[in-house]
Design a protein around this ligand. Structure first.
Ligand code: C2O
Ligand code: CU
Length: 476
């Protein structure tokens, strides 16, 4: 048995919005220091991490739609970084472009428009060739955008709205993090220690009422299929409601007993503990089905310890039947482009292209405003490839070839990353824009991304503008 596999020894750490800005009339200014920090994962042993403001995960931003922000990221680490706000339609190229790196001792200011509807975003490193390493050592955090429409729905809020960042990591016998780069890892880091908000297999004391949990999988390589069981009734999965995806609210709540979540995906879920007063509920992972390996210990994630009384009944009513009118793209049946995510000649590739091949890596040029249907193909049985397309929100319109179709809670979801599991073929529909420019799209298994399963799309009518599409950043 894994030495840390004593479920629920330690409490969940908060990942809350304690960052306070310097506020000007129309804009908020923040500073984040990227710096090393020693964290005890194994009691009495220190593990060196490198985190935003020295915390892992980083501090949570809580932002309001319509309030712009500038964030200065200061690099006090010993390697270069590039910060990406995953889920934001920030303008290219100043949003984590892989080669737009900040060296140790430098800082960079990032502008975030915060104009989108309420959604759960996250910020993480994207430095060329070192994204896995940087994110794994701690450069990942929540960025929560709120708006009036969502706040009017009476969903669980305040102390009952809890971001949960999942991570799977691997440690050496001396308690330090197992280093994927130093060990020459080129396929995956699954990790046998499951952490939530940094804490391995934590517990969370909850009240017998509704909670909103924002799940995010920050793992380098591990996907999850989550379900919950009361310890008194093992074998009976507890239903919960999915209300939001990567890009904000669904059209209406979708009840499920299993949540599939791959790397970089966000799902907002409402759990109702009202009939479990005094009980323990364990959140579990189906393990082998979801991951590409079978490490011991990965079947359990965290535990909810349900108390006996409710201290605050605000926003604890029935969920609204309608959450919002989701701006889904107009239907289109023809496939515009098809991309195969593959391994060839010892490299991870997108249609035979790798990121380091600068002359060929721009493999899609959708016109701004165009609606396109893309097919994403994983013809191999060995690996999952969660595919992230920067800038846009897409709808998952079909999934074939594997064991799943489009999931019930994906039907009205807008997403920016989709789990392409073994043998699956997924079609996604999106309107390209709102900006022109070069954006990345890639596998979010960060080891695959670094080695070199990443390509670029260029949203524009380039030829008309006379740009050299292969080398020039477009900043209209
Ligand atoms: Cu979450 Cu290209 O990144
Ligand atoms: Cu991959």
């Amino acid at each position: 048995m894994h030495p840390l596999l004593l479920l629920a020894l330690f409490p969940l750490a908060e990942a809350k919005g304690w960052l306070s800005p310097v506020s000007y009339d129309n804009i908020d200014y923040y500073e984040i220091d990227i710096k090393p920090v020693d964290i005890e994962i194994y009691p009495g042993k220190k593990a060196r991490h490198v985190g935003y403001n020295g915390t892992v995960p980083g501090p949570t931003f809580k932002m309001k739609q319509g309030r712009e922000a500038v964030v200065r990221f200061i690099n006090h680490a010993d390697r270069a970084n590039s910060v990406h706000l995953h889920g934001s339609y920030s303008r290219a190229p100043f949003d984590g472009w892989a080669e737009d790196t900040t060296e140790p001792g430098q800082y960079k200011d990032y502008y975030y428009p915060n104009a989108q509807a309420a959604r759960t975003l996250w910020y993480h490193d994207h430095a060329v060739g070192h994204t896995a390493e940087n994110a794994y050592y701690g450069q990942a955090g929540f960025y929560i955008l709120e708006d009036d429409q969502k706040n009017s729905l009476g969903l669980p809020s305040g102390n009952y709205d809890i971001p949960l960042a999942l991570a799977a990591k691997r440690y050496n016998a001396d308690g330090s993090l197992w280093d994927p780069e130093a060990n020459g890892e080129t396929t995956s880091v699954f990790g046998d220690v499951i952490q939530v908000n940094g804490q391995p297999w934590p517990y969370l004391a909850v009240e017998p009422r509704k909670y909103l949990f924002r799940f995010l999988d920050t793992s380098v390589s591990r996907s999850f299929q989550l379900y919950a069981e009361a310890d008194k009734k093992v074998g009976t999965r507890i239903p919960f409601s999915v209300i939001g995806s990567d890009a904000g609210l669904l059209a209406s709540p979708v009840s499920t007993t299993q949540l599939d979540i791959s790397m970089a995906e966000r799902w907002e879920v409402v759990f109702d503990f009202s009939s479990y007063a005094g009980q323990n509920i364990t959140l579990k992972n189906t393990g082998n089905v979801a991951a590409d390996d079978d490490f011991d210990g990965t079947d359990r994630v965290m535990r909810f310890m349900v108390g006996n009384s409710v201290s605050d009944n605000t926003n604890n009513g029935p969920l609204p039947a309608t959450l919002r009118s989701v701006p889904l793209p107009p239907a289109k049946t023809t496939v515009d482009r098809s991309y195969e995510f593959m391994r060839s000649n010892g490299e991870w590739q997108v249609n035979n292209v790798v990121w380091s091949d600068v002359q060929d890596r721009v493999i899609a040029k959708p016109e701004r405003g165009a609606v396109e249907r893309w097919e994403l193909v994983n013809s191999a049985g060995g690996w999952s490839h969660p595919i992230h397309i920067h800038l846009i929100d897409f709808q998952v319109v079909s999934r074939t070839g594997g064991t799943r179709g489009v999931l019930p809670y994906e039907q009205t979801a807008l997403k920016d990353v989709v789990w392409l599991n073994k043998n699956e073929k997924v079609q996604v529909l999106a309107r390209y824009g709102p900006w022109d420019g070069l954006y990345m799209f890639h596998c979010h298994n960060l080891i695959h991304e670094d080695h070199d399963m990443m390509a670029a799309l260029n949203v524009t009518a380039l030829k008309d503008l006379g740009y050299d599409e292969k080398t020039t950043f477009i900043d209209p």
